[in-house]
Design a protein around this ligand. Structure first.
Ligand SMILES: [Mg+2]
Length: 407
């Protein structure tokens, strides 16, 4: 069997309800045609073979740029036997090495192509991808959902969701307190503090200590991802589990986070961490350090969600999978079939390969229009100290009461 072609399918995707998405910033403020808001894109790739078998994959990271990266890598795959996944991954990785360290663009391209190769292999052998990854540890995967208000949290709890995440650095203690008060003690709560603006380690320590009484399952991205020494400071000073890793790629990018045991939960993104080939290895690295996996998928499309289900079926240290329940209404029509959660779980697919395909005609109805998240511009339209509008990556925290509430 030989690879004959690679095609990309890029689409502009709407944003979920802000009450149901754990961030202050959303998916950017742009308004586009067709009732699409935000700058979220999904990129799917298809790998074709001379025997008529095709594989589907998804790339996150910076989809509009990754589309070009995938087209560049295509020349390395044409004529190759798709069953040699590891060799092809190594071939692509060494080809892009000259462009510098592998970030989300390179790894995003590797991810979608790698995912499609696993899909082809499963279809050829007539087995689901989870079988190729070692077989099932579980036949359904627990999910956690996003909720930023007590109302959203209660409606999700009523549907059987057992873990909820809120987000943002605006008044996080009061937000968590309100959610804990609403849902009680039998629901796991988490908070994602991601910036920008990012907290400094000192402020993150203060905040983590203030959150200790609420018994969170974890605090996610308390500080900027490259500040690993800052993670050490927070761990040494506060008794709250930490989670991070959604912006990191490959075993090399996640190595320090795991080997230095800076987190309790590692969150590689199924669409940009380097593919199932890498995710399986990252899971094993984490397992050796008694660290759990909770793959990031807050902005991901439904093909990557399928890939995550196969991975999480097969790894022992799967905590749960992120899911935006009540996502943009077009999500369910983008893939066939579309998974529906039941009582807080997603069932692991049984069909050969990944068990999913995109509806190409539906995807084509939503051409990409922009893909860079534009900070919400408030009244001044420019510099507003200590807010998103300041537009700087590392900020001094001003007006701390805004973050920590009154004493
Ligand atoms: Mg996050």
């Amino acid at each position: 069997m030989k690879i004959t072609d690679v095609k990309t399918f890029l689409m502009h995707v709407g944003a979920p309800d802000p009450q149901r998405y754990a961030t202050d910033g959303g998916f950017g403020a742009g308004r586009f045609s067709g009732n699409i808001t935000g700058t979220r894109n999904w990129l799917f790739v298809k790998v074709y073979t001379d025997e008529g078998v095709t594989g589907i994959g998804e790339c996150s990271g910076w989809p509009r740029v990754i589309e070009t990266a995938v087209q560049d890598l295509k020349a390395l795959l044409i004529g190759e036997d798709p069953q040699h996944i590891e060799r092809l991954w190594q071939k692509m990785m060494t080809a892009i090495m000259g462009h510098g360290m592998t970030g989300t663009v390179g790894a995003g391209a590797l991810t979608g192509l790698d995912m499609a190769l696993w899909d082809i292999k499963g279809k050829v052998l007539g087995v689901p991808v989870w079988s190729l990854l070692g077989g099932q540890v579980r036949d359904r995967v627990r999910i956690y959902a996003h909720a930023n208000t007590p109302e959203a949290a209660l409606s999700l709890k009523a549907r059987g969701i057992k873990a909820l995440k809120c987000g943002g650095v605006s008044d996080p203690v009061r937000r968590v307190a309100a959610l804990r008060e609403a849902v009680g003690d039998d629901i796991d709560l988490m908070i994602d503090l991601h910036g920008p603006p990012w907290l400094t380690p000192a402020d993150a320590v203060t905040l983590a200590r203030a959150l200790e009484p609420y018994r969170l399952l974890f605090i996610e991205d308390p500080i900027a991802p490259e500040n690993l020494d800052g993670y050490r400071r927070i761990r040494d000073a506060a008794h709250v589990p930490l989670a991070a890793g959604e912006r990191m790629t490959t075993i090399f990018g996640l190595r320090d986070l795991i080997e230095r045991e800076l987190v309790d939960v590692v969150q590689p993104d199924t669409g940009r961490a380097g593919g199932l080939t890498q995710m399986k290895k990252i899971a094993a690295m984490a397992e050796a350090h008694h660290i759990m996996m909770a793959p990031h998928s807050g902005s991901l499309g439904p093909v990557a969600e399928y890939a995550a289900l196969h991975l999480m079926a097969a790894i022992p240290n799967a905590l749960f999978l992120e899911r935006v329940e009540d996502d943009w209404e077009g999500r369910a029509r983008t893939v066939i079939p579309h998974p529906v959660s039941e009582d807080g779980f997603l069932r692991v697919p049984d069909a050969p390969g990944l068990g999913v395909d995109i509806d190409e005609a539906f995807v084509a109805r939503f051409p990409s229009q922009a893909n860079v998240s534009v900070p919400i511009t408030r009244d001044s339209g420019s510099y507003v100290e200590g807010t998103f509008d300041e537009h700087v990556y590392v900020q001094t925290r001003l007006r701390q009461a805004r973050y920590f509430g009154p004493r």
